[in-house]
Design a protein around this ligand. Structure first.
Ligand code: ZN
Length: 416
């Protein structure tokens, strides 16, 4: 009987994603290797350079959908560090490889190039004591700099990993970028080739293993429009919008898993004495649980469709329509606390003597997790404030801890 069970287990493990062995104590085991401790020492000793590079990268702007200038700088740095097959793919992701003794397991270590700031934003940084200020300095110039520091430290310690690591600066993490960089990687560029994925995004030392999914819509109601007195009796897109919003406002959602909804922006109409021909709203829905998000999405569609039907019925018309455009779709996902990738992250953090903190968030790891690929996001060290604001800051105190942790995790996940 036991044999049968074992055989089934073997059959159920996908051949392309070998599970990590002994992940729970891998950190301590790796730290007995002299080349690895040499790499860790180099990472700490080199932190000033990592911070300087964080500033240098940050002073090259990378607005949404326009990451290419920063991408070219990043590709140059990959080449200078001796990565192989350095390339910029069709959507603007920058990739470079450090071959292991084998092709698999194949780890992707990434940070995102894009910021939330529009073109023309002043990206010059300032420094006061240990605090650096500048838009994007933490999110995600820190991650980009730590990726480079990991490559440099591996080289300094002459670390030979069994598996291969592909380092990536990816586009499109923020907002309407809608994870287009990682979606391209997993659907086309590296489809079927990635066993583990880690994004370095955020500051501190947290491990984000639960991915909050989100769905975003821009809904546009349309009607013929006309004079508010002369054409009275026409369907009214703003009235329909109001009906839909009232229904959305009454949605009941679970507390656990936390599931949320929000109408964040509305607009439309031309004047107080005109029946509008158009009205729109932007809606955001989130959950860490894909089933809850899917059920909320169904309620949202019903609310809009019912509002259209009610407004048309009110004026015995068929002239009112609504168009629901998806402007964001991040699937929910998770790497279980007991999964090898999370265990490995906790283990290396502990082995270095740092506190283990588990988080949830919405990051590039959402996408691979939704495909069943082991994926997490780790913080890059230091302390960040005011992410997504122009006065964003990064405190470099003990930021080397983030660099060391990323390094040891990269080595751990490049083991069979
Ligand atoms: Zn970010």
């Amino acid at each position: 009987m036991r044999m049968v069970v074992l055989a089934l287990v073997v059959l159920l493990v996908p051949a392309t994603a070998p599970a990590q062995q002994g992940a729970a104590d891998i950190g301590a085991r790796l730290m007995q290797d002299g080349s690895i401790t040499a790499a860790l020492d180099a990472a700490r000793a080199d932190e000033a350079r990592t911070i300087a590079e964080q500033v240098e990268i940050c002073e090259v702007e990378a607005p949404p959908f326009k990451e290419s200038k920063r991408g070219e700088l990043y590709a140059r740095k990959f080449r200078e560090l001796g990565l192989q097959n350095v390339r910029i793919d069709k959507v603007g992701n920058v990739l470079g490889e450090r071959p292991g003794t084998a092709r698999r397991p194949h780890l992707v270590l990434a940070a995102h190039l894009d910021t939330v700031f529009p073109e023309g934003t002043n990206v010059k940084t300032t420094q006061e004591g240990t605090v650096i200020r500048g838009p994007g300095i933490g999110d995600d110039c820190r991650g980009l700099a730590v990726v480079l520091a990991v490559i440099r430290a591996l080289k300094a310690g002459n670390v030979q990993t069994p598996g291969t690591i592909t380092f990536v600066g990816n586009v499109g993490e923020e907002g309407l970028g809608d994870l287009r960089g990682v979606k391209y990687l997993f659907n086309e560029g590296l489809k079927g080739q990635v066993d583990r994925f880690v994004s370095i995004d955020g500051t501190g030392l947290g491990i984000t293993h639960i991915s909050v999914g989100s769905l975003r819509y821009r809904v546009t109601f349309k009607g013929p429009g006309g004079h508010s007195y002369g054409a009275f009796g026409l369907v009214n897109p703003i009235h329909a919008l109001g009906r839909a919003m009232a229904a959305i406002g009454d949605f009941q959602v679970p507390n656990e898993p936390k599931t949320t909804f929000n109408v964040g922006r509305v607009g439309g109409g031309t004047s107080v004495n005109s029946i509008p021909f158009e009205a729109w709203m932007e809606v955001d829905m989130r959950s860490a649980d894909q089933a809850s998000l899917t059920s909320l999405d169904a309620k949202f569609h019903r609310a809009v469709d019912d509002a259209v039907a009610a407004e048309n019925a009110r004026w015995n018309s068929r002239a009112l329509t609504a168009d629901k455009q998806v402007v964001g779709n991040r699937p929910a996902g998770r790497a279980a606390a007991t999964s090898p990738i999370v265990q490995a992250a906790a283990s290396v953090t502990r082995a270095l003597g740092f506190p283990v903190t588990m988080d949830e968030g919405s990051t590039d790891a959402n996408y691979p997790q939704s495909l069943g690929i082991p994926a997490i996001t780790i913080d890059g060290g230091g302390r960040g404030r005011s992410a997504h604001a122009l006065d964003e800051s990064f405190d470099t105190t003990n930021s080397w801890q983030g660099t060391q942790r990323a390094l040891l995790l990269a080595i751990a996940l490049a083991q069979p």
